[in-house]
Design a protein around this ligand. Structure first.
Ligand code: ATP
Length: 218
């Protein structure tokens, strides 16, 4: 079954979500209050609609609560973003993802029940900074303010060792929950599995401990 999404706000962020969802064969209703933006997506999205989503009657008339997932990508108008999210929540939309503009905005969104809150600019900044600190840190997913999952490329200091001899959990308090090797991924690798040069380790733990590991071992 094709997945059903609504994207509200067709700026750079919302627009790229629409394009990618369509490329992945999803059904997407794209909404913006600006007719020019909607025009741009009329040939791309499954449906492209001009609407102001701070108007509850408009959201109801579009039947948005029938969709599985709504992404609110309204940027600068924080008030419109919060009001839209509140209306969607009250209508019982199962999953609501909202782009936050700043920490205060995020706090309010979480209070009113947004299921996922994303900060694309801040998250990309963190990702780039991590990549600059170590070329071996490939990707990064924030789990909370203090915990993350990182993809770390095994260098020659780790290669040839097993998880047991590295004793990473005891030394750093972090866990290697998976190893990607080419196309395969080993979930919960065994303690005696040797690490190969270029393996990508999926490491989970407190940021402070992961950073200690990256600085010492990489
Ligand atoms: P980006 O960085 O993704 O380009 P941005 O953070 O600059 O975006 P804006 O351009 O302010 O965000 O907003 C994204 C889109 O949301 C705009 O196209 C704007 O017309 C639309 N938008 C703003 N308010 C509403 C609303 N009440 N209903 C529907 N769309 C809205």
């Amino acid at each position: 079954m094709r997945k059903e999404f609504v994207v509200i706000g067709l700026g750079r962020f919302g627009g790229s979500i629409v394009r990618e969802l369509i490329a992945q064969d999803a059904n997407v209703m794209a909404i913006d209050s600006s007719p020019d933006r909607v025009d741009e997506f009329s040939q791309i999205a499954t449906q492209a609609i001009v609407a102001d989503t701070t108007d509850e009657a408009v959201i109801k008339s579009l039947g948005i609560w029938n969709f599985e997932h709504v992404i609110v990508a309204i940027g600068e108008d924080i008030q419109a973003s919060i009001l839209t999210t509140l209306i969607l929540k009250e209508l019982g939309v199962p999953q609501i993802t909202v782009k936050a503009q700043n920490d205060y905005h995020e706090k309010v969104l979480r209070k009113i029940g947004a299921d996922f809150v994303v900060h694309p600019e801040r998250d990309m900044g963190i990702r780039i900074a991590n990549n600059m600190i170590s070329n071996n840190v490939l990707d990064y997913l924030e789990l909370s303010d203090e915990h993350s999952i990182m993809e770390i490329k095994a260098n020659d200091r780790l290669a040839g060792h097993t998880l047991m001899d590295l004793d990473i959990r005891a030394k750093y308090g972090i866990n290697i929950v998976g190893i990607k090797r080419g196309e395969t991924i080993m979930i919960s690798p065994a303690a005696d599995d040797p690490i190969l040069l270029g393996d990508i380790l999926l490491v989970i733990g407190a940021d402070i401990d992961i950073n200690r590991f990256v600085k010492k071992a990489m």
